[in-house]
Ligand binder design. Structure first.
Ligand SMILES: Cc1cc2nc3c(=O)[nH]c(=O)nc-3n(C[C@H](O)[C@H](O)[C@H](O)COP(=O)(O)O)c2cc1C
Length: 364
């Protein structure tokens, strides 16, 4: 199975399966001298970790990261300095329950990649979905923590803005609120309504979709390499590569189709500092594939978790028609845990473009 790497100058290669001994990644291209720490990487992993509330899977994974190469101790306690060589990160798998999956060893779970892995490779690790499992995304979160350190002044943050058909009220959008409820929800009132909604979904053994919004502030103007290395195209590809993501938009995205040219164009004036200033940000911080210096805004749609308790019609590897009910533990709304993953994938795209921009123009 090839194609396990993404990025050019900030390049991440991930490895490992859901039910193997460990998962991990190799981050190549971190500039020498970049300041890191194990605690800083762990902090982001802790946000994605399962089993933290009744609204996410009860799989218990401590997701403790070990840094195997590419750094040396810094001056301060716990500080690590990147040497510029590949940084290898490892996360041990501790909560593997293969027996939960024995019934579906030869059956294709609808909505999962079981059938396409068999079609393509003729061999499939059925234990927890193997490489197609979102367990792999923990390694991306660890790589994203390093990416954030590559671009000084970069802030990448994410929020869940919709579950099912219940969307947040933008007038109540408060980034601080995303850290106070189990949904990364920026609207305190909507978080309470989601709690009720998800309790019902969970009790029915069902699942529900969601929309995640990621904002990157402090992206230097000029990042992005048209025509075939556009910043928006690479962010979209990174987000689309996350399990269960079925749609990505930048800025106003699909809503832009309903706007007039007058409404959509971000007008420009000279700001107080004598530099051009945009009066709005419908473009989501990117024009012609190049960052404007405004916040970069991306949203992605996450489908409802495929593993549900209601039997679904399917077939098995012997060509027989069967009914499939997934008994393994699952997230009723995978969109929740997708928030830190989306942040990480945006951070990786920006770090990569930062280094590419510096390489091509000699400046940032
Ligand atoms: C954080 C996260 C956790 C997930 N957990 C589950 C899960 O418990 N059960 C499930 O059916 N799918 C889960 N998924 C989605 C599947 O991995 C995904 O739907 C499957 O690999 C098929 O790929 P696709 O939906 O991208 O086509 C999860 C996705 C994410 C992002």
């Amino acid at each position: 199975m090839s194609h396990n790497s993404f990025g050019h100058l900030f390049r991440v290669t991930t490895w490992g399966e859901s039910h193997g001994p460990a998962i991990g990644c190799v981050v190549d291209g971190t500039p020498p001298g970049t300041i890191l720490s194990r605690e800083m990487i762990q902090r982001f992993l802790d946000e994605r970790r399962p089993g933290q509330s009744r609204y996410t899977t009860q799989r218990q994974e401590p997701d403790e990261v070990a840094i195997l190469s590419g750094t040396m101790p810094g001056e301060r306690e716990g500080e690590l300095v990147a040497t510029g060589t590949p940084i290898a990160l490892e996360i041990r798998n501790v909560d593997q329950r293969s027996k939960d999956y024995s019934e579906i060893a030869r059956r294709y779970r609808p909505g999962h990649a079981d059938i396409t892995y068999d079609m393509k490779y003729g061999v499939r690790d059925f234990r927890g979905g193997g490489r197609s499992s979102a367990r792999e995304t923990a390694t991306r979160v660890a790589a994203g923590a390093i990416a954030r350190q590559v671009v000084s002044g970069l802030l990448v943050r994410g929020a869940l803005v919709r579950i099912g058909d219940m969307e947040i009220d933008r007038n109540r959008f408060d980034w601080d609120e995303t850290r106070r409820n189990p949904f990364f929800c920026p609207d305190a009132q909507m978080a309470e309504r989601w709690a009720e909604l998800l309790d019902g979904v969970r009790k029915r053994g069902s699942s529900i979709g969601a929309v995640v919004e990621v904002e990157a502030v402090g992206v230097p103007a000029g990042l992005g390499a048209p025509l075939y290395g556009k910043l928006d195209a690479d962010i979209a590809a990174n987000l689309m590569s996350i399990n269960a993501v079925k749609g990505v938009e930048i800025g106003d995205g699909f809503a832009a189709a309903a706007l007039s040219g007058e409404e959509n164009a971000d007008e420009i004036r000279i700001g107080a500092n004598g530099r051009p200033e945009f009066l709005s940000n419908h473009a989501g911080g990117i024009l012609g594939g190049i960052a404007t210096g405004q916040p970069v805004v991306a949203r992605f749609a996450v489908k409802p978790t495929s593993s549900i308790l209601t039997p679904r019609r399917s077939v098995d590897a012997d060509g027989l028609e069967v009914d499939v009910m997934t008994k393994g533990r699952h997230d009723p709304c995978v969109g929740i845990r997708a928030v830190p993953i989306g942040e990480a994938m945006v951070a990786c795209a920006i770090a990569d473009h930062y280094l590419r921009h510096r390489g091509q123009t000699g400046r940032v």
